[in-house]
Design a protein around this ligand. Structure first.
Ligand SMILES: C[S@@+](CC[C@H](N)C(=O)[O-])C[C@H]1O[C@@H](n2cnc3c(N)ncnc32)[C@H](O)[C@@H]1O
Length: 383
């Protein structure tokens, strides 16, 4: 039975499920989940990420890491961690740049946090046996500082969705329509219960972060939500906040910095960002369970707030365009084009894709979390 059929049977028997449970099953169901069975990145796959657009992306992150390591006092040993490394391209590009600073490379102990067996195989093919693999951040041993990067992982962590109705808030759930197909529905949460009342839909848990403790929907809703129009959707991702909190605790205990890059919002705002992508096209998430990549926007304000609450410094939230330009991507593109004149047009298009406002430059954001005593490059204003 396909995942879709199994979900329908489960819902017919037990009732509607929350968006996070649906999301987690679609991505990680051991038998049919997208990342468990068929992740396809790249132009011939379902979606393209920044490291796959151009080597320049990983190279500049490598330079940022070398400077961060220098500001950390050039520790003789540190954990170089990537979470959700995809096909290993970003790590491969940043390690190549690491050769510019042999002491940095010698000090780096490479750890990859990955839950997808098919992607682990791709990472091993690209990177050899040097990295160590774990499926959760807390399996990376402490006791040494850490420099961490993650690109497009936050968007793989589920969010609850709340809908403003004429009479208050309701939680968006997935049930069965009259025709037997999966359909969105609403579960009333009025009056907002104190500390409970709706099953905590994140109970499915993310393999990255421990399942957050159950909390009432009122904990997730904006105080000014009464002003929103009926039909507005508000997203809240305890899993994204828990990941930021875990990383931050680690940085506070052991030192270091983390770069979190993803597409998402830089300020709190309503909106339904649940999106399924298959073969570079948006498809209906309710018809393609396990067959398509499923994402929600990264909620950077909540990520930054969770990191600060854990004692780390965090922010400001930069756009990917501003971040890469400040690191010198324009000059790097010019240098590459001089060396490979026959590829100059292609390099120009890649540059535009990474920093162009209408492309990835504005929608994608970069946040830095760091130990309280560190001022990483471009994030000297972190608080
Ligand atoms: C959209 S891909 C991004 C890949 C890569 N970072 C890139 O930019 O090309 C998401 C990555 O996160 C991993 N991933 C998804 N959900 C995860 C989870 N809950 N815990 C750890 N890794 C996860 C996927 O297996 C994949 O490696």
């Amino acid at each position: 039975m396909s995942l879709l059929e199994r979900l329908k049977a489960q819902i017919a028997q037990d009732g509607p499920i929350g968006v996070p449970e649906f999301f987690t099953r679609c991505l990680h169901d051991p038998r049919d989940g997208y990342y468990a069975t068929r992740p396809e990145l790249g132009s011939g796959g379902d979606f393209v990420t920044a490291p796959l657009v151009s080597q320049m992306f990983g190279e500049l992150i490598g330079l940022w890491m070398i400077e961060t390591w220098t500001r950390m006092g050039r520790p003789a040993r540190f954990r170089l961690v990537e979470m959700g490394p995809g096909d290993g391209t970003l790590m491969s590009d940043l390690l190549r740049v690491g050769r510019l600073a042999p002491d940095f490379l010698a000090a780096a102990e490479v750890w990859l946090v990955e839950v997808s067996e098919p992607l682990k195989a791709k990472q091993a093919a690209r990177l050899g046996e040097a990295p160590r693999w774990v499926s959760r951040l807390d399996e990376v041993p402490g006791g040494a500082p850490m420099i961490l990067v993650t690109n497009e992982l936050l968007d793989c962590l589920p969010a609850r969705q709340f809908v403003r109705t004429q009479t208050g808030w309701a939680e968006r759930v997935i049930g069965l329509g009259a025709d037997g197909a999966l359909a969105f529905g609403l579960r009333s949460i009025n009056p907002p219960p104190r500390g409970g009342g709706v099953r905590a839909a994140d109970g499915g848990g993310s393999p990255v972060a421990p399942a957050p403790s159950p909390s009432g929907p009122s904990d997730h809703l904006p105080r000014w939500g009464e002003d929103l129009e009926a039909g507005s959707i508000w997203e809240s991702s305890p899993a994204q906040a828990a990941l930021a909190s875990d990383i931050a605790h680690r940085l506070v205990a052991d030192g270091g910095a983390a770069l979190l890059i993803d597409y998402g919002r830089a300020a709190p705002e309503p909106g339904d960002t649940l999106q399924a992508l298959q073969n570079h096209r948006k498809v209906d998430p309710l018809e393609t369970a396990g067959l398509a990549d499923l994402t929600v926007w990264a909620d950077f304000p909540s990520v930054v707030a969770a990191a600060r609450e854990a004692g780390a410094k965090a922010g400001p939230i930069l756009t990917q365009g501003a971040f890469l330009v400040a690191l010198g991507i324009v000059q790097r593109a010019e240098a590459l084009a001089v060396r490979q004149p026959d590829r100059a047009d292609q390099i120009g298009r890649q540059l535009d894709r990474l920093i162009g406002e209408a492309q990835m430059g504005d929608l994608f954001k970069v946040a830095c979390l760091c130990a309280p005593d560190l001022s990483p490059p471009l994030f000297e204003d972190a608080t």
